[in-house]
Write a protein that binds this ligand. Sequence first.
Ligand SMILES: *Cc1c(COP(=O)(O)O)cnc(C)c1O
Length: 375
Amino acid sequence: MNPAPTLSSTALPAPRDGIAGAAPYGAPQLEVEHALNVNENPYGPSPELAAAIGRAAAEAAVGLNRYPDRESLALRADLGAYLAAESGIPAPDAHAVWAANGSNEIMHQLLLAYGGPGRTALGFTPHYSMYPEYARDTYTAWVTAERGPAPDFALSAEAVTAAIDAHRPSIVVLTSPNNPTGTALDLDVVEAAATALAEFRGLLVVDEAYGEFRRDGVPSALSLLGRHQNLVVARTMSKAFALAGARLGYLIADPAVVDTVRVVRLPYHLSAVTQAVARTALAHREELLGKVALLRTERDALAEHLAARGHEVAPSDANFILFRSFCDRDTVFEALLARGVLIRAVGPAGWLRVSIGTPENNAAFRTALEEADPR
Ligand SMILES: *Cc1c(COP(=O)(O)O)cnc(C)c1O
């Protein structure tokens, strides 16, 4: 009889550098009454819309023995039509739009196609936690420059151009509105970055995951698309669209950029169920986006409330607010959690980020904060 194999840690396969010992990214998924930590839309679909989504999934199910439409052109056309309606740009050709499983996959694909060994991607801190991970996964060097000082964490055309000249990156990621600060960018910053990058054929990605929450009069980089061949605008259905669970992100760019991304996508990456669900959601966009106005109003009211308490507050064009706590932020975070309110300890030391929930969620947060973070 063979001896039982001995379990030895030395027999474990060795992951590559950068992966060994690393933890998978993700905010805690806790059962709490007030989940205000990952910038979800707190409003789920109505029973009617949930039923329509269910019917679309059931129709797709009949054909699940076949691979899905690899090009998802019908969905891409729908997404383009939505962008045109939302921002006033001319309806783009479906070939200028690309869809994937969340804008996380969109960004990953962009880094796969335009990053890589010997190449550099540039971002501006404080930034979304995932960017360095896309770079790590694709062997792209991740470099950063700092955004301006609190409370508005602004980014100027001069600062962006100087960082581009210093690093000569293959990719620049600008986030507008920015996570975790909520700051939207002026279009002159986007234009300056696109122009500086064009000199050495660099790609500019503007991550507009929170674009629909921007305040009146705040522009979207979508309006610059015709003018800069190296500009990509990434969007998602996870936030304003209240569809985080379906996993649908997308980009709009020059069709040549889309064709390049198609080279690195995995075959049939977007399931038939996902495509059907996303198209149904887009057809019901008035309902799904119907709470955006309320969320913006609640955001502005909460920002005022926090400022009136004496907090430093970052002006927000997104569905969350970054504010500086009075007491140690981890203590405040835990004290809120003990009261059923889950927020996020991200951003510069001492700052906390709270997502905008329902009026009930937001009221619970205010009440809990009185005790969790006394002045
Ligand atoms: C939430 C978020 C996304 C969206 O991710 P999905 O994969 O589409 O859910 C993208 N970028 C930023 C900055 C975000 O905060």
